[in-house]
Ligand binder design. Sequence first.
Ligand SMILES: C[S@@+](CC[C@H](N)C(=O)[O-])C[C@H]1O[C@@H](n2cnc3c(N)ncnc32)[C@H](O)[C@@H]1O
Length: 276
Amino acid sequence: MRLKEFLVEKLPEVDPELLPSRARIMGGVALIRLRPELDKLEEEIGRLLLEFYRVKAVYRIYGVTGIERRPMIKHLAGEGVKEIIHREYGCCFKLDLTRLMFCLGNSFERLRMAALTRDGEVVLDMFAGIGQFTIPIAVLSNPSKIYSIELNPEAYGYLLENIKLNGVEDKVQAILGDCVEIVPKKFRGIADRIIMGYFHGTMKALPAALSALKPIGGIIHFHELARRGSEERFVKHVIDEIESRGCLARLLNWRKVKSYSKTRNHIVIDLLVIRR
Ligand SMILES: C[S@@+](CC[C@H](N)C(=O)[O-])C[C@H]1O[C@@H](n2cnc3c(N)ncnc32)[C@H](O)[C@@H]1O
């Protein structure tokens, strides 16, 4: 039986259109988005989800906020489990889901990054989070080194734990701090591949990323939100920005990672960048 059918049966007085059709399950915990019309029923829905999914806890998720992309989340039912281990493609990601974000919708992108990384590459993960890209690359591919920078001390703490949990201490160096400041000082000319896995201002970090490419150049994976239907214009804008800084940029690919809102998509642009 599907969640929607189950809820319609248990809550016959509620307009079925308002009821959610699925929750996200991570580490034995269900995360659900609910329409505001269901505010008064949220705890009851929480208990029903506990029964339906047989999970330890249910949380309501409202969205993410701020530079550090913190989740806005509320406990609805079950144990007060906060720290979970999510498993994906043979990788483990430990996190406090009430404090840090982990987007299940980016799952294919995580695998794609690991599949693209070639043997012996030096990878720079500028917005590392808890290791969403770093860990799959370290576990599933064979880079010579990954430098992973994270600004938020809490996320950095889990990044360190996830490096250990996945046994990739020899491949990954985690750095706590602001990549915009650190990269031009400490990581000049070292990277074959740079992941800029952030949005709401990735462009600000572009000069730092360019400074980190090897003299021969390399690949940048640039994430941002783009207005639906205007993605190609945005791609051109990014290429123009790179070329205005004295580099050559060739578009390898761009793809929609996920739909972000009614008007915007989260996209990633893969660029081959040659320094001149
Ligand atoms: C949206 S999360 C994404 C994590 C991961 N890259 C992904 O795409 O799944 C972005 C992370 O970048 C970090 N961050 C934001 N600005 C930063 C900066 N200037 N330097 C380093 N990390 C930064 C935030 O703290 C957050 O953990």
